[in-house]
Write a protein that binds this ligand. Sequence first.
Ligand SMILES: *Cc1c(COP(=O)(O)O)cnc(C)c1O
Length: 494
Amino acid sequence: MKYVSTRSNAASVSSAQAIVQGLSHEGGLFVPENFPAVSLSTVEKMVSMDYAGRAKTILSLFLTDYTEDELSDCVREAYTEGRFVGEPAPLKKVGDNYVLELWHGPTHAFKDMALQMLPRLMTRAMKKVGVKEQVFILVATSGDTGKAALEGFCDVPGTHVGVFFPVDGVSPAQKLQMITQEGANTHVCSVYGNFDDAQTGVKTIFNDEAFAKELKEKGYVLSSANSINWGRLVPQVAYYFSAYCDLVKQGALKLGDKADFCVPTGNFGNILAAYYAKRMGLPVGKLLCASNKNNVLFDFITGGTYNANRDFHKTASPSMDILVSSNLERLLYELCGKNPETVESWMKALKSGGEYTVDEKTLNALQESFAAAWTDDGKAFAAIKDVQDKENYLLDTHTAVAWVAAEEYHKNGGNNPMVVVSTASPYKFSRSVLCALTGSSHEELDEFACADKLESLSSLKMPATLRDLKSKPVRHKDVVNPAEMLSEVRSWAK
Ligand SMILES: *Cc1c(COP(=O)(O)O)cnc(C)c1O
């Protein structure tokens, strides 16, 4: 399997090369040149496998330049011997929906599903491609990716990881998780601005050829652990197959019947993996893209115009506070008939004027697979309270956005089993979740007291790794303007 760029048919590379490199040279994203087909009989075989086995089945179709043994080692290290508590991706019936819990990894957000895998793929890829330099992973994060990347790469030989996060754009627990990060190869810095500013800053550094040369002389190559990296995306395809297998196993549907998936969406990586699963033959009905008040994707999916020129809202679901969804470019590439010039023209228009409109054929293709909904904090909070009261199940603020979308979709006649993708532990956003339950923002309580109160009101226990943050020393204190991000990286890559 080869990988091409969304902005050039000329770039054709192996998966190892795509993973080491992160972005294609002309700024495009790597995409598989086709989608390997998975038959229903393969899905049937996967039903009786554990998560590691299911993941290996999917990964081996895309990562054809890795050996069987390498992939077996990767999935075993990541999902069996890794730091997931119990099953990595359990599916639970809650009310009329099925909740796919993707937050049982070390940082308690779904990013662990990919970021416990990426370093293992990356270090093996470096050997395959013959990279002699150390890989310097740069990440812009809206909260969860940063910590998951730091945990994934912490003290992995031959790698460094540097994380930028928006100074006021992450939750207190997320911030504490990052600034207390241990490890000799970890670097963390906050940026004045929002997530898009941090992401743009990182992209600018990636596209700076002179800086790349300077780093190379010092013995480093840059790569990315953002969901623009193929090695981030491909492990995510696996859990859609796994969820479907569990629907079959639980008798929610018969093999071959369709399931719908509702995904709380920000950078469009998670839901894109669902689309890839559908293209591979997984029986998927609709993919429901759920947004918070930053509803640029809702407008795009319903109307065909992507317009990032709008107010940025800080919401109670900060990991979805995004106006420029990087991975959408990969979907556009598929929908417009794999035409790099067309993709490039839209991306250019987005960069210069902040908006673009797709043609009718592309819009039709988009709406054939996707539906969209958006929810404000008020409705999401009401859903958290309602589901806790009725089902004794605690949703986090992001999953609640998807829950509301899923319920509305049912009301409008959606009949397939609905999988609501749950992306974070409620204890990453304790104050907001507590506020949803009690109606008070509890100014008198600190983050940990909020978590204690939340524990007393629900049957879900706080993860020990989050509780332990209280006693950890702060190791990373830098704050910079976006324009200073490059010199910050320079100071890290000594
Ligand atoms: C990253 C994240 C999202 C958004 O996922 P994308 O792949 O960026 O669309 C949603 N919820 C949580 C908790 C996240 O960490």
